[in-house]
Design a protein around this ligand. Structure first.
Ligand code: HQG
Length: 179
């Protein structure tokens, strides 16, 4: 299996469905590397420690991180399972961006941005990155500018994942501008 497919499978396991390979995540989202490798192999895919190291090191968005001793691994963001990856609240820049597609527009303009199945709403620091997020979906791409500075002054908390994704609980409509 190609690294890219294994990387997607890792995202599924470490963000959403660890049970797919018969493992559990601890409260901070860590999986035991030995158990993970064993579980992936038992699912019929071939993987070894050097391959996992390579996938983590070469991942275009640095989606995964090893613990300092290399014995545990977790996803840096994007979870739907309820884990605490120890994000620190952080002062956001004045504006952030969210990429989406046209079919969500009507609903977003009534409800604002909501987190759906994930633990947070995901925001990008620049338009290019937001465009890439939107680009994974079919349909006309839309970019919303988020008045993150105003939100912060109004008491909303922001977190920055170790791989540079901004996270917050929700974004009410009044902080959104369609670009
Ligand atoms: C949309 C990527 C209707 C929202 C990124 C999005 C991120 C609404 C979809 C991570 C809505 C949720 C997350 C509302 C939001 N009505 N639709 N009120 N509010 N939406 O996948 O932000 O490449 O859960 O616009 O970088 O697309 O996977 O979130 O289209 O980190 O590593 O509901 O995925 O990372 O979709 O992306 P998602 P997202 P990776």
């Amino acid at each position: 299996m190609q690294d890219k497919q294994l990387s997607k499978f890792l995202s599924l396991i470490l963000r959403h469905k660890p049970e797919t390979v018969g493992i559990t995540l601890d409260e901070h989202g860590w999986a035991n590397v030995e158990e993970l490798l064993r579980g992936i192999r038992q699912s019929g895919r071939s993987i070894d420690y050097p391959t996992l190291e390579r996938i983590v090191a070469e991942n275009d968005k640095q989606r995964f991180a090893f613990s300092p001793d290399g014995k545990k691994i977790r996803a840096n963001q994007g979870h739907s399972v309820n884990v605490d990856v120890e994000l620190k609240p952080m002062e956001p820049p004045e504006v952030l961006y969210h990429g989406t597609v046209e079919k969500n527009k009507a609903s977003i303009e009534v409800q604002g941005l909501i987190k759906g199945t994930r633990l947070y709403v995901h925001l990008s620091a620049d338009v290019d990155t937001a465009m890439k997020v939107a680009g994974r979906r079919k349909g006309v791409k839309l970019i919303y500018e988020v008045a993150a500075g105003d939100m912060s002054r109004d008491g909303f908390k922001f977190y920055l994942s170790v791989n540079g994704v901004w996270l917050t609980d929700k974004v009410p409509c009044k902080y959104l501008t369609l670009l």
